[in-house]
Design a protein around this ligand. Structure first.
Ligand code: B12
Ligand code: SF4
Ligand code: SF4
Length: 310
């Protein structure tokens, strides 16, 4: 496995896996699909039904896939309201940490392939956790999240096809983290009962119960979700925060610039002007001004839930 040093700003690890395994990877998913283990939830299906383990048309002679995990810090931001500070979590993956696909492409070409004349092709069409686990880069937690050594679950995954022939073909069994063997913490802390018990015949989480399915996008949060279940500005951290696999990864956080009382009120009132959009985009790093129409209603709705708890 390749990696760089944790002291660097960008901490990543990668593995290489031959395209000969694509068929088996697709079978892993199809087996679950045909045995009825994947929910029919429309939002979920809109995410996963676009993924397929196959060689993309624009790199027909692809030989390998490079799967990369990049460490992401848990974001923290204070909102001010009625003279009180409210600390709110922004999980990695939901804020822009400045990393561009081009940065990873440069790393792959210069540090991982390091031979001229080869092509790489970024893809968002693969099931990345399965790829990471099958390449030996990570392991599944009972919460179905992928854990990588020294990163815990605080990471983003990326994949690239290449026509370069690596020496190392990493093909591994689908593994669960050792720490999960005698642990059920996440099952107990999941506020909506989404994580199967150890003796459950389906390892796949009950996606219809998983908070991010609802709170990542616009729309009404179903009534059956208790308001105290909400715990982050977007997404959910409940099964990751108390997880022993994250003990070290969660020591490193990133604090965003504070959101003033006036700005907090404007978000909650839905009174969004151009200047505010610019400030919030800079402070929260969760959207660009052109994407504000989509994201601010999500932030407003989720923030209302969080502030109503205090
Ligand atoms: C759809 C999706 C979601 C959906 C569904 C999540 C899910 N668990 O499938 C929702 C919206 C709920 C979601 C939420 C989150 N997501 Co999401 N999501 C995705 C997406 C687009 C596809 C995932 C997918 O393919 N799911 C299909 C299922 C079937 O695959 P799977 O979960 O790997 O399931 C495997 C296991 O069940 C295993 N299995 C089956 N039986 C058994 C038995 C045993 C013993 C074992 C060990 C394993 C095992 O096999 C299955 C595959 O064959 C990926 C991006 C991508 N391109 O992959 C991001 C991605 C997975 N998400 C990510 C993140 C960060 C999250 C959140 C943590 C965000 C947050 N803080 O709220 C949560 C975590 C929720 C959770 N408990 O899983 C990261 C993963 C980071 C990580 N460390 O794993 C990804 C990779 C995005 C990225 N580019 O980094 N997500
Ligand atoms: S809380 Fe326990 S069971 Fe859940 S993922 Fe972490 S180690 Fe595994
Ligand atoms: S992300 Fe939240 S809702 Fe989903 S399994 Fe984890 S704790 Fe449960």
């Amino acid at each position: 496995m390749g990696s760089n040093d944790i002291s660097l700003d960008l901490f990543y690890k990668y593995r290489t896996i031959s395209v000969v395994h694509l068929k088996k990877l697709q079978e892993d998913i199809d087996k679950l699909r045909y045995s009825g283990k994947l929910s029919d939830n429309k939002v979920y299906r809109s995410y996963i039904d676009t993924k397929k383990f196959e060689i993309p048309e624009n790199i027909p002679n692809a030989k390998f896939i490079i799967v990369i995990a990049v460490f992401g810090k848990l974001g923290l931001v204070n909102f001010n309201l009625d003279g009180k500070k409210h600390e709110v979590m922004v999980p990695p993956n939901y804020y822009d940490d400045g990393l561009e696909i081009e940065d990873l492409e440069k790393i792959i070409l210069k540090k991982i392939i390091n031979e001229p004349g080869y092509k790489i092709e970024y893809t968002n069409k693969l099931h990345l956790k399965l790829l990471a686990v099958r390449s030996g880069l990570g392991k599944y937690g009972r919460n179905n999240i992928c854990y990588v050594d020294k990163m815990g679950s605080m990471l983003s995954l990326f994949a690239f096809f290449t026509d370069f022939q690596f020496k190392e073909d990493n093909w591994s069994k689908i593994r669960m983290m050792n720490q999960c063997e005698n642990c059920t913490i996440c099952i107990k802390t999941c506020p909506t009962g989404a994580i199967p018990k150890p003796n459950d015949e389906n390892f796949v989480i009950k996606v219809d119960n998983c908070l991010p399915v609802y709170n990542e996008i616009r729309g009404i949060i179903p009534d059956w979700i208790p308001s105290k279940a909400h715990n982050a500005l977007i997404g959910c951290m409940k099964c990751q925060l108390p997880c022993p696999g994250n003990r070290d990864a969660l020591k490193i956080t990133r604090r965003f610039e504070e959101i003033s009382e006036r700005e907090t009120k404007m978000i909650l009132d839905g009174k969004i002007d151009e200047k505010l959009v610019k400030f919030l985009s800079m402070k929260l790093k969760m959207f660009s001004p052109s994407d504000a129409d989509r994201m601010l209603p999500v932030i407003k709705r989720n923030l209302q839930f969080l502030l109503s708890q205090n």
